[in-house]
Write a protein that binds this ligand. Structure first.
Ligand SMILES: [Ca+2]
Length: 377
């Protein structure tokens, strides 16, 4: 194990230009302020390492016009398990995931985190506008930089490379994990990619569509939370044990569940939460795919009977966005159904000398992303 205070005196990454390099020893249980840029972006004001660590931080130049902030937490002595774990970002944010940094380093991992190339909160997409290099950083490049540098920091500090390197991310972090697998397959030996928000722009269209279908509280189309719970119960009645033989609240194969919402119509159902014709139509349309004349493919429908469905669909528009974020983050089991083809980009990164945007997203992609107001965590 190395000397934390001396680490910065002799460390220089092989492939990246860095500045503001700092190495600080932190004791387990001590509350430490986050950098101003992170705190001001609502990334949290402080963190508390669970074990003694050497915290290494720096800014990394990722292109001629962009950079990322990163940290590496190095558990001391016997706490180190010989492996690295990289952490994610959520929604559109540019936050080091300090909660996961605490958790993962507490398990002994040399833990790596970065701000994805910007400081920002989950629902602020303004940084995307006319900033293609920042978008690339957010998608995967900042992660790649922090992983390459983090591995070198580990090698320098402990005197040998990590045995394995892993990644854990959810929602936007899940998507970042998929990007890492596509663009930088040597970065990780294993990736936990939960509830990945792949096909990001269509995901926003998909989630925004629900308010159009359900309407607002008081609308004829709007079902209350209790009514959605009734819908969920009916779906489970028809498709849980009846189809897979086990009454556990899990429908093994939703694709063979032919749920008929009209079974809950007040014309034939006496439950106090029964549905009107309009309600039945809402339920049926919620479970249809989203497609538009302009789309080359459609977005698959809402899966039948996720336990959190009623929380999402019975919320007010503002609460719905927050609920969707919570729902997506909490489920963390969504399998991506489609992936956009990779963007063309340079095969080798020369961040210290790159001076211009090398990847051009369609203008519609930039403006659309910048106007996002409803995002996954
Ligand atoms: Ca079952």
């Amino acid at each position: 194990m190395g000397d934390c205070s001396a680490l910065c005196n002799s460390f220089s990454p092989s492939n990246w230009a860095v500045n503001s390099l700092q190495c600080v020893s932190l004791a387990a249980g001590s509350a430490v302020d986050t950098p101003n840029g992170q705190a001001n972006a609502q990334c949290g004001d402080s963190f508390t390492p669970e074990v003694d660590i050497c915290k290494v931080s720096m800014n990394v130049q990722t292109s001629g016009v962009s950079s990322t902030y990163m940290e590496v937490w190095l558990p001391n002595g016997d706490d180190y398990n010989g492996r690295t774990m990289s952490t994610d970002n959520g929604g559109l944010n540019g936050c080091i995931h300090y909660v996961d940094m605490e958790y993962v380093s507490g398990m002994g991992f040399a833990t790596i985190g970065d701000n994805a190339g910007h400081n920002g909160s989950s629902f602020d997409g303004s940084w995307m506008l006319n900033s293609n290099e920042k978008i690339i950083d957010w998608a995967d490049r900042a992660r790649h930089a922090s992983v390459e540098i983090g591995k070198e920091v580990v090698n320098k500090y402990y005197g040998s490379p990590a045995a394995y390197s892993y990644y854990i991310g959810c929602s936007s972090g899940g998507s970042q994990g998929l990007h890492s697998a596509q663009y930088y397959p040597s970065d990780f030996d294993g990736i936990i990619s939960g509830a990945a928000s792949a096909d990001f722009q269509n995901l926003q269209s998909w989630s925004a569509r629900f308010i159009q279908l359900t309407g607002k509280p008081g609308d004829a189309t709007f079902l209350t939370k209790d009514q959605w719970i009734l819908v969920q119960s009916q779906i489970e009645l028809e498709c849980d044990e009846a189809l897979d033989g086990v009454a556990d609240g899990i429908i093994e194969d939703p694709t063979i569940c032919n749920f008929n919402a009209s079974a809950l119509n007040c014309k034939s159902n006496s439950d106090s939460r029964c549905l009107s014709d309009s309600h039945v139509n809402t339920v049926e349309t919620v479970f249809t795919p989203l497609s538009t004349p302009m789309a080359s493919s459609s977005t698959p429908p809402f899966s039948l009977a996720p336990r959190s469905m009623h929380s999402l669909l019975a919320s007010s528009p503002a609460a719905s966005r927050a609920s969707l974020a919570t729902t997506t983050a909490a489920v963390c089991t969504t399998t991506p159904t489609s992936m956009s083809p990779p963007l063309a980009r340079p095969t080798t990164a020369t961040p210290s000398t790159s001076t211009a945007s090398t990847v051009t997203l369609p203008p519609s992609a930039v403006t659309s992303a910048a106007s996002v107001t409803s995002v996954a965590r």
